[in-house]
Design a protein around this ligand. Structure first.
Ligand code: BES
Ligand code: MN
Ligand code: ZN
Length: 495
């Protein structure tokens, strides 16, 4: 497959479908590419405009076959919505939608025209990302693939010489591919992606790029260190647990900072002895979406080489039911020495994360972001739209939120007052692993905060956003790969 950024004359672009932006008529003059089309196909355009067929509404597409004066087989007007609201996030989704549409319409070679106003690094990077996001398919395990056209080429056509934009376009491609890598992993079922298999995938990924070092702690090593909290979850499964560490070090670090990305990777979450209801349990294969997001980001960073060191810490377990599973009421000792009463074995994410967080701190990291499909409560609070964001440090939180905003990933700042500590009291240990019925996403975050301590830390709960239950115009339902873009942006734009 060919993905390029070029500056061909629009009428010479020889593809199956050439997409042009069409804005809702709001007084803004037609973009130059639209003007070129208008000049050669005035009657057709008049018809579709006056009939209301092509009104420029967001994600609406109108197809003109065999356009006059153009080499392209079809011209597609890509509804871009209100010009005043159009930004790189809209373009990313619009291109995703255009690609998905093309695949069901038999168009294999695609081009997307970006008018001069949008020939910027931010827009061309978003364009490349949008292509990969829309091109992703969930049918890895179907012996007969879904009916669709394989895209063989995708070309972004800009006015003027695109040399200064090639780097941003490359970056967008790397990020889009990394996000799809994350989505692929998150979609793998629990029988095929067990903890040892995930470890293998991590090693394969690191071997396929330049500049990542992998270290795997096995159960014996973790026992020796004293990671009783992680091991308590792992013990119920026939598959051993691991802590994977993936390190990226720049040749010449630009700052003394060291960023840790910590990602929950429960390859399947049955709930353990505090077992989950059968209804919907199959979705718990994506309980490693946090770890997968961290891995996707590391894959991208290996290509894009940020100026600060970034290390990933990924605790990997299966939360299974078995004769050796931990019981409600068990008390485990975490790596930090704190004891935890396991009041509910289904609150396992926080148990594995705190040993990873403590280990990261001992490695000398200065900033930590963890990402986890941590609580059903965050889905109740924010639905599938916003990632739940918690932090112990305002400056670092704002830095993460700025990256998320640039990347079009919605994150909502949630409270984390000290009063919530009350909810986590245990009569028998230093802390309980659940906080009762109310504020479940907050008490989970508060539990992690106890281990984060004074290190600037942000926690991202992606239980709602890591998996989309419905198709969107720009993305099929299933794993979203959320947070990959924010992490890459955070590392590349480190302040
Ligand atoms: N993996 C789940 C959280 C989850 C729920 C992810 C829904 C995706 C969709 C997590 O391990 C869990 O089971 N959390 C419990 C915590 C409770 C026992 C305090 C929950 O949210 O019900
Ligand atoms: Mn659970
Ligand atoms: Zn879980």
């Amino acid at each position: 497959m060919q993905v390029t950024l070029t500056n061909q004359a629009l009428n010479a672009v020889d593809v199956d479908a050439l997409f042009l932006l069409q804005f809702e008529a709001d007084g803004r003059p037609a973009t130059p590419s639209y003007g070129a089309l208008r000049a050669a196909n005035a009657e057709w355009l008049n018809d579709v405009e006056t009939s209301g067929e092509a009104a420029g509404k967001l994600f609406e597409t109108t197809v003109l076959h065999r356009p006059q004066g153009f080499a392209a087989k079809r011209i597609v007007l890509a509804g871009a919505g209100k010009a005043a609201k159009f930004d790189s996030s809209t373009l990313r989704r619009l291109i995703g939608a255009a690609v998905r549409k093309a695949k069901s319409n038999g168009a294999a070679r695609l081009a997307f025209s970006l008018d001069e106003a949008f020939a910027t690094p931010e827009f061309v990077s978003a364009a490349a990302e949008g292509f990969h996001l829309g091109n992703y398919e969930l049918d890895t395990h179907k012996s007969k693939k879904d009916e669709r056209t394989e895209i063989t080429g995708f070309h972004v056509v800009v006015a003027g010489k695109p040399d200064h934009l090639q780097e941003a376009f490359f970056q967008g491609n790397v990020i889009g591919e990394a996000q799809n890598f994350t989505r692929f992993l998150a979609n793998e079922p629990g029988n095929l992606l067990t903890p040892p298999v995930l470890v293998q995938r991590i090693q394969e990924m690191a071997a396929s790029v330049n500049g990542l070092d992998v270290e795997i702690l096995d159960q014996a090593q973790m026992a020796k260190l004293g990671m009783g909290s992680l091991l308590g979850v792992a013990q119920g499964s026939p598959h051993p647990g691991f802590l994977a560490i993936v390190r990226y070090k720049p040749a010449a670090p630009a700052s003394p900072d060291h960023l840790a990305l910590v990602g929950k990777a429960v390859t399947f979450d049955t709930g353990g002895v505090s077992i989950k209801p059968a209804d919907g349990m199959e979705k718990m294969k994506y309980d490693m979406a946090g770890g997968a997001a961290v891995l996707g980001a590391m894959r991208a960073l290996a290509h894009l080489k940020p100026a600060i060191p970034v290390s990933a810490f990924i605790p990997i377990v299966e939360n299974a039911v078995g004769g050796n599973s931990q019981r409600p009421g068990d008390i485990v000792t975490s790596l930090s020495g704190r004891t935890i009463e396991v009041l509910n074995t289904d609150a396992e994410g926080r148990l594995i994360l705190v040993d990873a967080i403590e280990y990261a701190k001992r490695q000398g990291v200065t900033h930590m972001v963890d990402v986890a499909t941590l609580t059903g409560a965050i889905v109740v609070a924010l639905g599938h739209i916003h990632v739940g964001l918690f932090s112990n440090n305002d400056a670092f939180r704002q830095q993460v939120q700025a990256s998320a905003a640039r990347q079009g990933e919605k994150m909502w700042h949630m409270p984390l007052d000290d009063e919530y500590r009350e909810y986590l009291k245990s009569p028998f240990a230093d802390i309980g692993n659940i906080g009762g019925r109310w504020g479940g996403a907050i008490t989970a975050a508060y539990f992690l905060k106890e281990w984060a301590g004074d290190t600037p830390w942000v926690h991202l709960d992606i239980a709602g956003t890591g998996w989309l239950d419905d198709n969107k115009p720009y993305m099929p339902k299933g794993p979203s790969g959320v947070c990959v873009r924010t992490f890459v942006d955070l590392a590349l734009n480190w302040k």
